[in-house]
Design a protein around this ligand. Sequence first.
Ligand code: 1PR
Length: 523
Amino acid sequence: MITLLDYGAGNVRSVINAIESLGEEVTIVATGEDILGAEKLVFPGVGAFGNMMQILAQRGFVAPLQAYLDSDRPFLGICLGLQALFAESEEAPGTQGLGFIPGTVKRFTTDLSVPHIGWNGLNAKKSSRLFNGLRGDEKFYFVHSYHVVPDDAACVLTTTDYGYEFVSSIQTGNVIATQFHPEKSGDVGLRILGNFVQGGTNQTTLGSDSRGTQLAKRIIACLDVRSNDQGDLVVTKGDRYDVREDGVVRNLGKPVELAREYYQQGADEITFLNITGFRDFPLEDLPMLEVLRRTSRNVFVPLTIGGGIRDYSDKNGREYKALDVAAEYFRSGADKVSIGSDAVLITEELRDGGGRSSPSAIEEIARVYGNQAVVISIDPRRVYVESPDEVPHQVIETRLPGPNGERYCWYQCTIKGGREGRDLDAVTLAQVCERLGAGEILLNCIDRDGTNLGFDTELINAVKHAVSIPVIASSGAGCVEHFHEVFTKTQAESALAAGIFHRREVLVSDVKEFLKTKVEVRA
Ligand code: 1PR
């Protein structure tokens, strides 16, 4: 029996699902007594350090946790569950951590994008039962802006390289904690969880690569989901955002089944976009929540969901916050939420009114769930101009002249699935959202969507150079070479595609196979 500490701030569903998939039962902590009585405790910390410690204190969990750790019974901390073991974090100065391991938690100081998101390797520093059955060159899923810095290196189990070498897991006696997410790291992550669950004394020593570890470029499969005219929830696909063919919504498959297929092909992440979320209310869209719940039961890579994340009043006048919508998505199995239309409206309001009376959805969700959980989905369209000063927007010089030979263009933000163009450019939107706390940009492109013409590398470079958070290049992939092109001509950390995967023209595994000798990818 595994006891799991869920303090209600994020996606612990996938940890429960992963442990249950190993045939183990999970019981959830309700009181401090449950912690003290646990045989094996798993603490999947999610969100932000300050919020986490505040909730642990309010629920009376701090002293029982400290007593459990002191008793040296099996403990597995994940992500913030590792950081919580330290006394303090730069993320929340003045907030006390559990103080079990002397040291502190620091923000990444590197020129690379922060958060550190994606699949990276491990340099093993000592042997451990956690490594049984591993080779040493596997990659695991990380998503964090802060990392631990122990005073004494004796507790360091592994390090990972991201700009510099940081501590990616610790072990002291039976207390083990990882910065990466085993529950989101596919089969090798399940292996690690299994090793923890099984216990035993057998220990494996892993070899380390003297070149250090490298973050892989991620390949993401995207499923645009909506109800078709018969009311069934289907995966659809647009051609420049038009999802109807001969007046009928294209039906390319069932969301849960397709997501599972892409997971088995080696997708590094799965994204679901509820593309009519702007007009429906997600909390009433129970099938979509069910899709997430069912997918997270057997897909052990990160799941992002977008569509309809905004403040809302229902027909009875009851008000809901964007945070409530996001919370329901997280509870149902999402690791990240993506905000589209509302991000545009928030940015316009800030620009036009000079400020907001209350925190925006981006700030609210980032505060509770952490920056890494907030993705901004941008739906831009090219607008050509004769000269850069023709519009008050961030204009680029383009190698693809407009219909009248224009050599400049800007990227106009749209809302409501491309139906409404706004007086705001994509570069500004990305910059403002980063300042508000977004952790990643999902950069679509209406001109390229569904065309198989390749990614718009000019758009990607314009946005990527303007922000320091990771950018997902999206729209236009038509063959494996397009992925190579986007990773060599831009600094995008990941590339997303939909149509070629849904139509089975190219498998995710084909993309990986083609890239593996050219750019770093997860095998
Ligand atoms: O505005 O917060 O409710 O979120 C709605 C979300 O739904 C946004 O993320 C928006 O991008 C998405 N969306 C809305 N309408 C459409 C549509 O297609 N009619 N889909 C839509 C956007 C774009 C990509 C697509 C890539 C790759 N889909 O996600 O998967 O372009 O396609 P390709 O590889 O086939 O070229 P809100």
